[in-house]
Write a new protein. Structure first.
Length: 514
């Protein structure tokens, strides 16, 4: 693969800047949280002199055009930094100050806020107050002794983020969307495609035709409803993703990415623990012990690529901080297991699977021919489910779940059959007699028709989305008027009257003729 930067020599880093990379957050009046990671990043003399840093994205001015996940892969995490979180309202008035927040050995931190916060959009500041690691302190001291006029440690505010607080009685919508093959046209099915994503800049990442405009129009149609993105991409994609989303002029409240090192570390700790505790390992006999070990290692390795436990945990965790009567719109695709995840999320929120029954079901669940949920993940999901039932009661917050049908996965009928087969006998028909746990459709047009059928988008907004699609690329072909008409004619819109599709198609033909 050619080096896109072969014409430019590698930058000569002369100092270190400590930053907190955050993804924004959404909460309610009496319960919110912020999180992020503190890392060290190499900087050049010009960057040091100009000091033009965006503390929300963690990017230096100009980096938003050429940042890549590969460049962030080697960012050095700061071990056990001691932090404080201050929250300011839009007027710049401090409305909250945390106690001491201790991050973990990889620099990840979270701060849960139980104080009552005013409604609206706020900004939180992450302040570095010290270190709780002698190893990190020694490393800092060695750098300071060898670098003249280092800026390391001179700045107390290492990062910022946005926090939106909803009313406890908020009854509006919250939109949560997957990224790959839902928002971005990412090739995640080949080794070459996965490798290429490491080197893509925000300007090189392609959105699926019409999706950026769909997110923008949906925010308008739902009266500024919050938007959160969830992706199983590794956490070192964060700065690139934030720049990509900003490049597409999409406003979001939060971005969740997967912490892969935690999975790898869990496998390592399990192996070491087994080695030093053989009696515990063999207490029930060698064969059961070996069977448990194979399942754990297989599920852990698979979880590096799969999404089931990760996304289900994130949805349930976010639900804890949402108002009880808020309504969710979920958006995913058919390339992995979003349709199964969305269904399980609703079942758990309704309390139809809970306790030992839920934990055992998840642990033995085999979906798409593989086991992806470890016992530890099943316990975590069970705990989150119980917390949601305690806070909200048995309520299904999902009012609409849409799945983008791509050629890489099953169609709508096949997805339903796979989910029904994987659930306990009779549960699908009992809970979803109208087969409305999710709706499969094709791309931005299909989702727009469904959203129109629910009254969330009008025809004017749909045509704005279609207008953005012209000139886009699908399956290696540029979209023109004729192709858009053909796509609309062949749309899958299950559970919705075909009149909606025909109305869009009729207006689309008239518009193109004019």
């Amino acid at each position: 693969m050619p080096d896109s930067n072969s014409q430019n020599p590698s930058p000569q880093y002369t100092d270190i800047k400590r930053i907190a990379v955050c993804g924004g957050s959404l909460g309610r009046e009496r319960r919110a949280y912020v999180r992020g990671q503190v890392v060290d990043i190499g900087i050049t003399d010009p960057m040091k002199a100009e000091g033009l840093w965006d503390l929300v994205t963690g990017l230096f001015s100009g980096e938003e055009r050429n940042i890549t996940p590969f460049l962030d892969f080697s960012l050095a995490p700061v071990r056990k930094p001691l932090l404080r979180i201050d929250i300011f309202n839009e007027s710049g008035e401090k409305i909250y100050a945390s106690g001491k927040v201790k991050a973990d050995e990889d620099g990840f931190f979270s701060c849960e806020i139980r104080d009552r916060l005013p409604l609206g959009g706020h900004t939180f500041h992450v302040k570095l107050e010290g270190l709780d690691s002698f190893r990190q302190y020694s490393k800092d001291l060695a750098h300071l002794n060898t670098t003249e006029n280092s800026i390391l440690g001179k700045t107390t505010i290492v990062g910022k983020g946005n926090l939106r607080v909803l009313s406890e009685d908020y009854k509006g919508y919250i939109v949560t969307s997957d990224i790959d093959q839902t928002y971005l046209a990412t090739d995640i099915h080949s080794g070459k495609g996965k490798f290429t994503t490491l080197f893509e800049t925000p300007e090189q990442k392609r959105a699926l035709p019409g999706m950026p405009e769909l997110y923008r129009q949906l925010r308008i149609g739902l009266n500024d409803a919050p938007l959160a993105f969830i992706s199983a991409s590794p956490h070192f994609f964060r700065r690139t993703m934030l720049a990509t989303i900003a490049n597409h002029n999409i406003k979001i409240e939060s971005l969740h990415l997967k912490y892969l090192e935690g999975t790898i570390k869990g496998v390592f700790d399990k192996v070491i623990g087994t080695f030093f505790n053989p009696i515990e390992f063999l207490q029930n006999g060698f064969r059961p012990a070996w069977s448990r070990t194979k399942k754990f290692l297989g599920a852990s390795i698979q979880s590096l690529y799969d999404q089931m436990a990760y996304k289900l945990s994130i949805l349930l965790h976010d639900r804890v901080f949402q108002p009880t009567h808020s309504k969710e719109i979920l958006m995913g695709d058919n390339t992995e297991s979003d349709y199964m995840i969305f269904t399980l999320y609703q079942i758990i929120c309704l309390g139809k699977l809970e306790g030992d029954v839920l934990e055992d079901y998840l642990y033995t669940l085999n979906f798409l021919g593989r086991d992806a949920i470890t016992r530890d993940a099943a316990k975590r999901i069970r705990k989150l489910g119980e917390e949601n039932l305690r806070i909200h009661g048995p309520v299904n917050p999902v009012h609409l779940a849409m799945i983008n049908i791509t050629e890489k996965g099953p169609n709508h009928k096949e997805m339903q059959e796979m989910v029904e087969k994987s659930l306990p006998a009779g549960m699908w028909g009992q809970l979803f007699p109208n087969q409305d746990a999710f709706f499969g459709t094709e791309g931005a047009i299909g989702m727009s028709v469904i959203l129109n059928g629910r009254g969330f988008l009008d025809l004017t907004q749909i045509f704005a989305i279609i207008g953005e699609m012209i000139g886009g690329e699908v399956g290696g072909k540029l979209l023109d008027e004729n192709q858009l008409i053909t796509i609309t004619q062949n749309l899958t819109v299950p559970g919705f009257a075909t009149e909606g599709k025909e109305t869009v198609l009729s207006h689309l033909k008239n518009a193109f003729q004019k």
